[in-house]
Design a protein around this ligand. Structure first.
Ligand SMILES: Cc1ncc(COP(=O)(O)O)c(C=O)c1O
Length: 407
């Protein structure tokens, strides 16, 4: 029996709730993860005892807040293996991080004749910024073709990455198919032709050890709320050489070096990209989340997510009239499925009546839905507070949904 990795009763108050008379089973962590007390307390404590703005006033609370903010950046840098904390830019989340690279660097990096490579499985956040970039600069958007099981092969990458490729933008793990993509191979290919690789880590950073240096990538974007942290905080990590060249998108306070009536010069990285008052409490909460995960050990988190994701995939695969999408093995923490003749929203509705939260819809990946030939799917996604018991509840819920609609 696979048990949850953590003491759920102690750490996750929300998971003690009953929904419609049943113990809540949270299978929607790919949308957002639940927060442990350790994270909730860190945010509360900041507001309760240390609240002040950062990087400006000289009083004691401002100094405390500024130190805590800087320490958060260091914790997060350490969590992803960054060379230095200045390479960590705080954003609102993955979406803002990817838009920042596409606009701040993409505009100067691409022109007519250049190519930007994406895949059909990308979340809209890692697709539309590149579509728009291609429109602005006249570059061409190219797609790496997916294999039949939804994976990206090294050969498929080779077929699309060439001398004109300036940017490859790929998710490390799909939020729908649970596919794990060959990021290192893509990075090697694009570096060989002098381009860069931008990685959407929204679904990988929460679940596996991340080492940006070992991955040898140029940018990594991820969101705090999918890794037990608060909403409204995320990260763009980038290699210093690119961050130094990248243009800021937000102009205003704290991102300048000097301003006169007609001109302004920018502060150093990372302040250059963080105009205005940052999400101080969010960054403190995110660093608490990285400590929470590190204390468990990201290797253990990874093994757990994979074992449970695989179990869910295999369990659903066995049920007649259920289609499960994506590769059989290895399968990540997100499992997309459909039940013949039943709309995914109806599935999610019946599940809710049984206390089980899943997502139904296109998962912000409409080109992938087109590739799968469906309008939408149901999706269950697991994390460290789930156990085998939850997969049994998922199985029961599918059987119940089938019975309900047969009636
Ligand atoms: C793979 C992937 N990329 C990007 C995002 C966007 O993240 P956010 O909404 O936190 O900016 C998500 C969120 O679901 C995602 O799963």
């Amino acid at each position: 029996m696979i048990e949850p990795l953590v003491d759920v009763a102690r750490d996750f108050p929300i998971l003690q709730r009953e929904i419609n008379g049943h113990r809540l089973v949270w299978l929607d962590s790919a949308a957002t993860a639940q927060k442990p007390n350790q994270v909730i307390d860190s945010v509360n404590d900041f507001y309760r005892w240390s609240n002040a703005n950062v990087l400006r006033s000289v009083h004691t609370l401002a100094a405390e807040a500024t130190t805590a903010f800087a320490e958060s950046r260091r914790d997060i840098a350490r969590f992803i293996g960054a060379r230095k904390s200045e390479e960590v830019i705080f954003t609102r989340g993955t979406t803002e991080a990817l838009n920042l690279v596409a606009r701040g660097l993409g505009d100067s990096l691409t022109k007519v004749g250049d190519e930007i490579v994406v895949s059909p499985m990308e979340h809209h956040s890692n697709l539309i910024p590149w579509q728009q970039l291609a429109k602005r600069t006249g570059a061409t958007l190219r797609y790496v073709e997916l294999a039949q099981d939804g994976t990206i092969t090294v050969d498929a990458l080779r077929a699309v990455i060439g001398p004109s490729t300036r940017i490859v933008a790929l998710s490390k793990v799909s939020n729908v198919l649970g596919t794990v993509n060959p990021i290192q191979a893509a990075g090697e290919m694009v570096h060989h032709v002098g381009g860069i690789i931008v990685v959407d880590g929204a679904q990988s950073v929460p679940h596996e050890p991340t080492d940006v240096q070992q991955l040898d990538i140029d940018f990594l974007a991820f969101s705090g709320h999918k890794m037990c942290g608060p909403t409204g905080i995320g990260v763009l990590w980038g290699k210093s050489q690119w961050l130094d060249q990248m243009e800021p998108l937000q102009y205003g306070g704290e991102m300048i070096s000097y301003v006169d009536r007609d001109t302004a010069t920018w502060a150093e990285v990372p302040e250059k990209f963080e105009g205005g008052t940052p999400n101080i409490a969010g960054s403190i909460g995110l660093s608490a989340a990285t400590r929470y995960l590190s204390n468990i050990g990201m290797k253990k988190v990874h093994q757990h997510s994979q074992a449970l994701g695989q179990l869910a995939f295999d369990t659903l695969y066995e049920i007649p009239a259920v289609t499960v999408y994506g590769p059989g093995r290895p399968h990540g923490a997100a499992i997309a499925f459909n039940i013949e003749g039943i709309h995914p929203h109806d599935i999610a509705q019946v599940f809710d009546s049984l206390g089980i939260a899943i997502r139904a819809g296109h998962h912000c990946a409409q080109p992938l839905m087109q590739w799968l030939g469906v309008g939408s799917t149901a999706r269950a996604s697991v994390y460290l507070y789930n156990g085998e018991q939850d997969i049994l509840r998922l199985r029961e819920a599918i059987l119940e949904t089938k019975r309900y609609f047969r009636r």
